[in-house]
Design a protein around this ligand. Structure first.
Ligand SMILES: *[C@@H]1O[C@H](CO)[C@@H](O)[C@H](O)[C@H]1NC(C)=O
Ligand SMILES: *[C@@H]1O[C@H](CO)[C@@H](O)[C@H](O)[C@H]1NC(C)=O
Ligand SMILES: *[C@@H]1O[C@H](CO)[C@@H](O)[C@H](O)[C@H]1NC(C)=O
Ligand SMILES: [Fe+2]
Length: 433
């Protein structure tokens, strides 16, 4: 009996060890792309469970050899949970890519390679029409928008993704295993398209450590705030969370505000070339959801700042920001052009043609375990369209004057449930009249 038992244990042990060997620990997982901001480049980021070299092999032939090589860096990530799980994040930036050309790549090292993925290098210059998918609040569970986003991606519908905060619910949970699961889930999209992000409240644990470690955004600020150019647009991503998690540093509110100010000034100096200024941040200034969030009241922190300082509505208005993308509320809402709770339609017939204030879109219904957020029964006059259905937003920046947005409903099998054009003249966009 005793003998048999130890035999059993031995057997169990060896099966367990073999099970672990099935996925070699140096084989890349969580492969995803991001655009580092310089024309002709693309960054590949992935995870391994043991240290390994960081290399990307790539080429232009879909099934032939991949003659090009790029090396990158390895950083060790230690999760803040009780297990202090440790893993390795690899970052490699590919350069001198030919604009608009499709590449094939794999990443890893001699110890293990990923499968092959494809991407198209972003086009250069201002005269092209970027197509994006925009959404926030997508979890590792109930990620309703993901199957369709996957199909759209395979069909080459987009040039980039904007994920406006709140990932996985939450990346830090279960000793960061929920983050692992989420990164695996989005790989079929994110390994083929730049997946651009901003932090949400669900990333706050351990000072946003999972967010900072797992994504690779432009600039040197760990992806908390940054900007990049895409065709006729300048896109600014920032953290609304600096206004809420003051324990991580009150100074971050001021630091980010100063950076935003400078970035907007520079963007306006370049506005003839890139007329659109688009912002993305997680928590909206306005919303009409039936919850306790500060956007349902008058005094949103993001809008008004802290103690009357560092509010973003005035700053964005002053610099003529065209479009503000938000999430956090698990629904879709479009606002009439607005400033300080007042509607500034272009005209009554065409509110979005030559609007006299920025346009806000709240798109946080990609799906997560918290499900959808209800609306208040009687919306205020600034609310144009509200959709309480799972889905995501398509944005086509056609040229310097015309931008097209559509809301896709996953509850209605891909039906377009909102559709509008934003039209602004090329000149005089630095300030609203
Ligand atoms: C949190 O992270 C930010 C930026 O990464 C850093 O500036 C700040 O000092 C950190 N806060 C704490 C309390 O460690
Ligand atoms: C803005 O335009 C919409 C659509 O025509 C209209 O319903 C709304 O009343 C207008 N608001 C103002 C303040 O003019
Ligand atoms: C942008 O596209 C629209 C729609 O096709 C067109 O009417 C407009 O003239 C274009 N604007 C510029 C600046 O090319
Ligand atoms: Fe949120």
């Amino acid at each position: 009996m005793h003998l048999l038992c130890s035999c059993c244990l031995l057997l169990l042990f060896s099966v367990g060890a073999q099970g672990a060997l099935e996925t070699p620990k140096a084989t890349p997982e969580h492969v995803h792309l991001s655009y580092p901001g310089e024309p002709g480049s693309m960054t590949v980021t992935w995870t391994t469970w043991v240290p390994a070299r960081s290399e990307v092999q790539f080429g232009m032939q879909l099934s032939g050899p991949m003659p090009l090589r790029a090396q990158g860096t390895l950083t060790t990530f230690v999760d803040g949970g009780v297990l202090r799980r440790k893993f390795y994040i690899h970052r490699v930036t590919l350069r001198k890519l030919l604009p608009g050309v499709q590449y094939v790549y794999r990443c890893g090292s001699a110890q293990g390679w990923s499968r092959r993925f494809r991407f198209r290098a972003l086009k250069n210059g201002v005269h092209w029409s970027p197509r994006l998918a925009v959404f926030g609040d997508m979890g590792a569970d109930n990620a309703k928008a993901l199957p369709r986003l996957r199909r759209d991606t395979q069909q080459g519908m987009y040039d980039a993704i904007l994920h406006v905060g709140d990932f996985a619910y939450n990346m830090d949970e279960d000793n960061a295993r929920v983050g692992d699961r989420f990164m695996k889930l989005i790989e079929p999209v994110a390994a083929n398209l730049p997946y651009m992000t901003c932090p949400g409240n669900h990333e706050q644990r351990y000072n946003f450590s999972n967010y900072k470690a797992r994504f690779s955004m432009p600039g040197d600020n760990e992806g908390l705030w940054y900007s990049w150019d895409l065709g006729p647009a300048h896109i600014i991503s920032f953290s609304t969370e600096v206004y809420f998690f003051l324990r991580y540093g009150r100074h971050l509110v001021q630091k980010q505000f100063r950076w935003l100010e400078r970035d907007l000034q520079k963007a306006n100096q370049n506005r003839a070339a890139r007329p659109w200024i688009i912002t993305m941040g997680h928590r909206p200034m306005y919303c009409s959801n039936a919850d306790l969030d500060d956007c349902t009241k008058y005094e949103s922190k993001v809008r008004r700042g802290l103690g009357g300082k560092y509010g973003l509505e005035d700053l964005f208005y002053k610099h003529g920001v065209d479009l503000q993308l938000w999430a956090h509320e698990h629904s879709y809402e479009r606002l009439w052009p607005i400033y300080n709770y007042q509607v500034f339609n272009g005209s009554r017939q065409q509110p979005y043609t030559h609007p006299r204030g920025p346009v806000h879109i709240i798109t946080g219904s990609a799906g997560c375990e918290e499900r959808l957020t209800p609306f208040v029964i009687r919306p205020r006059p600034w609310s144009a369209v509200r959709v309480k259905e799972y889905g995501y937003t398509r944005m086509n920046i056609l040229n310097g004057t015309h931008l097209h947005m559509q809301q896709v409903s996953d509850d209605q099998d891909g039906k377009i449930v909102d559709d509008f054009w934003l039209v602004r003249p090329l000149h005089g966009r630095t300030m609203y009249l």
